[in-house]
Each structure stands twice: as C-alpha cells, then as structure tokens.
Design a protein around this ligand. Structure first.
Ligand code: NAP
Length: 325
C-alpha cells in the first residue's frame, strides 16, 4: 500500500510517499481502507517536533517510533479480526488514531474498541475525516466550562480547526453570548458557526476591548492569562490550546485554583469511542458541520503540510484518497 513515511524529525521534506506492507488486522482489530484523512497541527507538532522536551521521550528520543503520521480518518472496513463483533466488512467508519497516528496511508488497522464509529449519514468521507481532531480537542476545552448560568465566551482564533469547533460547541451547549476573534474576511463564517459578536484581530487588540467575559478561550494560543486577566469576570476562566511561554499554562492551571478567583484550566486531551459516537449524534442532529479549507491528494501531502504550517488555514485541510461518497 502507499503511505507517507518519515524516519527522522524535521521539516515537511522528511515526509516520503512510499510503498509499504499492507497491515493485517489482529483478532480484535478492523482493517480500514482509508478514503480521507487530514493534515493537522498535531501531525505537524510531532513531525518537527514542537515541544521536544515532551514529544521526544514519548515518540522517540532520536527518531520517531511511529513512522506514519495522520490522526483522523474516514473510510470503509475491508476486513475484521475473528473477535470483532460490532463492525463488519463494508461498514463506513470515521474517527481518531490520535497518538498512534498511521492515517497517512491507504490502510490502517485499529482496535474495535478504538475511537471509531460509523460515518454520520449526512456526511461525505472528506467531511467526516475533517471533523474529528478539532472537535475532540474543542470538546476537551468546552467540558471545562460551566454552562449552567449561560456564560459569555470569547474565542480567539475562531477560524482554526479547534476554534471553529469551539464556536459550534459553545453555541450548542448554551453560551449566552459568543465573541469570535478572527480576520474580517471570515466574519460571515464565524457568525454562521454561532458567533454573536466579532472582533478583527488585524485591526484591534481584543484584550483592550473593555468587555468582561466568563470565559476567554484562546484556540490558537496567541495570548496569555496575564494579558487576558483584565477581560475575565471575578471567577472567570482562561483556557488555551498552547502550553504558553515556559509552559506557564500547566503551572497556572495548578496554582490559580488554589489562589481562587480568576483561573487557568489546561486539560490534557484524551480521545474515546464515546466521544466519537457523541460527535456523530451532534452531526446527524444538525448541531455540527465540517469546515474544510482545502483538499489535497496523498501525493501532494508536503504541499498540504506547508499550507497548514502557515497557521492560516480556515478549519481543516483534508487529504482525499479516492472515492468520496
Ligand atoms: N493542546 C493540544 O493537544 C493541541 C493539539 C493540536 C493543536 N494544538 C494547538 O492549538 C492551536 C490551534 O490549532 P488549530 O489546528 O485549530 O489551528 P489552525 O487551524 O492552524 O489555526 C489557524 C487559524 O488561526 C487564525 N489565527 C492565526 N493567528 C491568529 C491571531 N493572532 N489571532 C486570531 N486568529 C489567528 C488564522 O486566521 P487568519 O487566516 O485570519 O490568520 C487561521 O484561521 C495551535 O497553536 C496548535 O499548536 C494544541
């Protein structure tokens, strides 16, 4: 089968399209023929690697242990192991292989109990692959927000994969008012995803807007708790997708709850089958839609990676491997 392989950390050019052995499912696994995957910031972060102090000990000190990246996918089950009960050949599935990766390939084996379920009836393979990573990371953040009193939320980086997912989830779970920070050209998009108010970050520093929020959620990690503190109500919460300068968000998440008042929350993301099933329900009920910027073939993955690393994609970048029903 074709796969995009990398055997050393480095720039996008370390990725090579190669012929590798097609995997065979173990007793508890399904073999999926991948129709669509994505290039996301998680793949890029593990390839460089970003935060080497964290990634190298887990993913390989000198060279990567897992040589095929790709953490989200949609495709069709081609074969199953002898103990698999809940899937059959021909099932269309989507989901995550978050820290095991392996989706930048024509086939992948995943455990039956992994973060996969059947594709939402109202989505193509491209759309189904595009929703998983952003939605899973956004869900981890959104779960840290108390929606009982209908909070007012500001989302910085509202047009990214995680930001666009946060807008939709915040709307669905009942935020009173959502303010999106993005570029003027994306005002209509963020409004269609649930934003009530919009700030253009190219014209205005959102930290000086004089408003107060229950939650400031920085989905692109371009701010800090110290800059955003003045925007928070007395018991307000600051959430970020990035560790921050000197990994401050981890320390602040430990210290600020002890001090009381305004606090930082920094959830460590973990995916599950239950979440992917929930995503399917949200999508089929019309509460969530895919945001796709560009679609590339597998052969153009380096081009796709370079585009993702501009930090300017709108939503998600899909790699399409063929039939996209
Ligand atoms: N915690 C984790 O486990 C984890 C996992 C994956 C990713 N991440 C991090 O999460 C962040 C977001 O990931 P993502 O995939 O959602 O990002 P993304 O899709 O690459 O975000 C790009 C978007 O951010 C917008 N943007 C760029 N600079 C901005 C700024 N200064 N203010 C407001 N918007 C800005 C861009 O808009 P314009 O085109 O208008 O510039 C673009 O639409 C990244 O920093 C990534 O490293 C964390």
């Amino acid at each position: 089968m074709k796969a995009v392989v990398y055997t050393k950390y480095g720039p996008p050019e370390v990725l090579q399209l190669k012929e590798v052995q097609k995997p065979t499912p173990k007793e508890n696994e399904v073999l999926i023929k991948i129709h669509a995957t994505t290039v996301n910031r998680t793949d890029c972060g593990f390839r460089k690697p970003e935060y080497p102090i964290i990634i190298r000990p887990i993913h390989g000190l000198i060279k990567p242990k897992k040589t095929i990246l790709g953490s989200e996918l949609a495709g069709e089950i081609e074969a199953i192991g002898k103990d698999v009960k809940s899937f059959k050949p021909g099932d269309k599935v989507f989901g995550l292989s978050t820290y095991n990766f392996g989706a930048h390939a024509e086939y992948i084996c995943l455990p039956e109990t992994g973060s996969i379920t059947t594709v939402p009836v109202n989505m193509s393979y491209d759309e189904a692959a595009a929703v998983c990573d952003g939605l899973f990371l956004a869900m981890n953040l959104i779960r840290k927000i108390d929606f009982t009193n209908k909070p007012e939320i500001l989302v910085n980086g509202a047009t990214g994969s995680i930001g666009s997912a946060c807008l939709q989830l915040a709307k669905h779970y009942g935020a009173k008012k959502i303010t999106a920070v993005c570029n003027t050209q994306n005002f209509e998009l963020v409004k269609s995803l649930g934003a009530d108010d919009v700030i253009d970050y190219t014209k205005e520093d959102f930290t000086n807007n004089g408003q107060l929020y229950d939650v400031v959620l920085d989905a692109v990690g371009k701010s800090s708790f110290f800059r955003c503190r003045k925007l928070l109500k007395p018991n307000g919460v600051y959430l970020s997708t990035e560790l921050g300068y000197l990994m401050q968000n981890i320390f602040l998440a430990l210290i600020t709850p002890i001090i009381g008042g305004k606090r930082v929350k920094f959830p460590i993301p973990k995916d599950s089958k239950e979440d992917v099933v929930l995503f399917k329900e949200l999508i089929e009920a019309g509460h969530y839609k895919a945001v796709i910027d560009r679609i590339y073939p597998l052969e153009k993955i380096i081009e796709a990676v370079k585009y993702v690393e501009t930090g300017q994609k709108i939503g998600n970048v899909v790699i399409s491997l063929g039939d996209n029903e």
